[in-house]
Design a protein around this ligand. Structure first.
Ligand code: DGY
Length: 325
């Protein structure tokens, strides 16, 4: 009998072919996420679950998966999985690192350019038929080249954004829980700063940290107040890293100049105040949304499930301790 796998959302078909040869696959074909009750009802007998980053894989769900050996997240972020419960229940949890690094960095940089040069606002202006001709002061934005880019979290994606910034002749400052060796900093022209100094120095502050208890509301009213009035905040990491209420207030009061956001605290809900602001660019969590990358993410998740089916440790294991007895 072939092992059974649940896929919680209709996804790229091609990488699923090999999985379908090795396993009996059940896919949620509805064009909406499965409810926790639906997942719980579907899990008995399944050894694998290919979950979306938007599925909350709670301890209740993991406990209901009596036969579950792996939850393969179709995302690099894994704050949606109760990792402690997965460790307790000895269920492997995996993510999709690397394959989306450059794609998400591209999107982060698009947010930088978009808010600085008012791209969406200008597009709306043209579409509304308001453009009557060239004007010296029409849609004046902020320069990007030559400015200071503050990267919070210099991991894979943060580093890729920093590289793009250097291509724009930006000065790069960063903060992270781990500081690079000074020789590496010098070689790559990266300047370490404590968060406080980075916020006071940067013209663009871009967030690339995972969501953990330590990074929840990493930027609140107090931190936003440290930013320059002319500075922009970019968030393509996870919404709850920023206190969205405090951000709304900072934007309203002119404490900062604008924001480019791909993620929100209670997505898909967006604070209504943000919808009415011209100096914010709002995207529906599309950091990794290109054809090539989304297919590679599914391939990565499938590879992790196939490894478990073969009795191997999956390559992108997040809780390797489950394999130590
Ligand atoms: C990721 O891969 O973490 C993206 O944000 C999608 O959830």
């Amino acid at each position: 009998m072939r092992p059974k796998v649940l896929i919680t959302r209709k996804i790229y078909e091609r990488p699923l072919q090999l999985l379908k040869e090795k396993a009996e696959v059940t896919i949620n074909l509805k064009d909406r996420p499965m409810t926790p009750e639906e997942i719980i009802a579907a899990l008995p007998g399944k050894i694998g679950m290919l979950a979306m980053g938007s599925d909350r894989v709670s301890s209740q769900i993991l406990e209901a998966g009596k036969d579950l050996k792996i939850v393969a997240n179709n995302a690099v972020g894994f704050n949606n999985i109760d990792l402690d419960a997965a460790i307790r229940l000895k269920i492997a949890a995996t993510n999709t690192p690397d394959v989306l690094t450059d794609t998400t960095a591209d999107l982060s940089f698009a947010l930088i350019l978009g808010v600085a040069r008012r791209l969406v606002e200008a597009d709306r202006f043209v579409r509304a038929g308001k453009w009557v001709g060239w004007k010296p002061n029409l849609m004046i934005g902020s320069e990007v080249h030559g400015k200071t880019l503050g990267v919070i979290g210099l991991g894979r994606i943060g580093s890729a954004v920093a590289k793009r910034g250097q291509g724009f002749n930006m000065r790069i400052v960063y903060t992270d829980i781990r500081r690079l060796h000074p020789a590496i900093e010098q070689q790559h022209q990266l300047q370490f700063m404590p968060l406080r100094d980075l916020l006071q120095t940067s013209d663009f502050v871009t967030l690339h940290v995972p969501l953990t208890p330590e990074t929840f509301h990493l930027l609140g009213a107090e931190q936003l107040r440290l930013m320059k009035k002319s500075a922009f905040l970019i968030n393509a990491s996870r919404g709850p890293v920023v206190d969205e209420k405090a951000l709304v207030e900072a934007l309203r009061a002119g404490t900062i100049a604008g924001a480019g956001l791909d993620v929100f605290e209670a997505e898909p809900q967006v604070s209504p105040e943000l919808l009415a602001m011209d100096n914010v660019l709002l995207l529906p969590h599309v950091g990794s949304a290109t054809d090539e990358t989304r297919e590679k993410m599914v391939q990565t998740a499938v590879n992790n499930i196939l490894a478990v089916i073969r009795g191997e440790i999956p390559p992108n294991i997040l809780n390797p301790e489950i394999y130590r007895s």
